[in-house]
Design a protein around this ligand. Structure first.
Ligand SMILES: *[C@@H]1O[C@H](CO)[C@@H](O)[C@H](O)[C@H]1NC(C)=O
Ligand SMILES: *[C@@H]1O[C@H](CO)[C@@H](O)[C@H](O)[C@H]1NC(C)=O
Ligand SMILES: *[C@@H]1O[C@H](CO)[C@@H](O)[C@H](O)[C@H]1NC(C)=O
Ligand SMILES: *[C@@H]1O[C@H](CO)[C@@H](O)[C@H](O)[C@H]1NC(C)=O
Length: 182
């Protein structure tokens, strides 16, 4: 199953929300603009939800619900890659694989992966170490400027591609687009 949120619609709506609240500062300089969830096998992992919500003042939250059929999970890897838009999306900065269970046990907040994982953990039921014996729920995860304070990303449009494997088989891919304005 694939879910797609129209990026243009979101941007237009965000712009309108911002201009309507002229007296209120439109603070966030970074936000998600689109999200795409893909399962390689719906019987194994099924996306019941994959959407961005407008939270007002240009803020956008991401909601994900993945139903998992074979539990528990105590072996999982994430493959991270980041792209920046520049005549099409070009690989940028990160392209690594990480042991998710290890990262959850010992997330080093100084690494990019640690930062992202910590942000996700505050907004999801992924907030404990392996094994996982439940569906995965992420609730209104925002892409905040705080998130990037240790990571000086130039302004631009980025794509983060997260591919998840369990037991050495790639299961799902989540692609998030975000924009950093200056
Ligand atoms: C898809 O997942 C189901 C449930 O885990 C499994 O029985 C099936 O073999 C998988 N199909 C493929 C093509 O891997
Ligand atoms: C990521 O790195 C692998 C090998 O380490 C390479 O095969 C792959 O093309 C790279 N992907 C990107 C998007 O740079
Ligand atoms: C990420 O996954 C892709 C596809 O499986 C693989 O080709 C690539 O080498 C992986 N990147 C790293 C750094 O492991
Ligand atoms: C994880 O989050 C849930 C829901 O917010 C909360 O009930 C639970 O106590 C948290 N667990 C840990 C280990 O922080």
């Amino acid at each position: 199953m694939m879910a797609l949120v129209s990026r243009r619609l979101l941007l237009i709506t965000a712009a309108i929300l911002c201009s309507l609240s002229l007296r209120i500062e439109c603070r966030s300089k970074s936000r998600f603009t689109n999200m795409l969830c893909e399962s390689y096998n719906d019987s194994y992992a099924d996306f019941k939800k994959c959407k961005l919500n407008l939270l007002g003042r240009g803020r956008v939250g991401a909601d994900i619900y993945v139903k998992l059929s074979e539990l528990p999970i105590d072996n999982s890897w994430i493959n991270w890659s980041i792209y920046r838009r520049y005549n099409g999306f070009r690989p940028f900065l990160y392209n690594v694989s990480t042991d998710l269970c290890q990262l959850l046990e010992n997330s080093n907040v100084l690494s990019f992966q640690g930062l992202v994982m910590n942000a996700i953990m505050t907004r999801s039921n992924l907030n404990h170490s392996c094994p996982y014996n439940h569906d995965i729920i992420i609730d209104n995860l925002e892409f905040s400027d705080d998130f990037l304070k240790n990571l000086p990303l130039p302004q631009g449009v980025y794509k983060i591609q997260l591919r998840f494997a369990t037991y050495k088989v790639w299961r799902v891919q989540v692609t998030m687009f975000f924009e950093r304005a200056e």
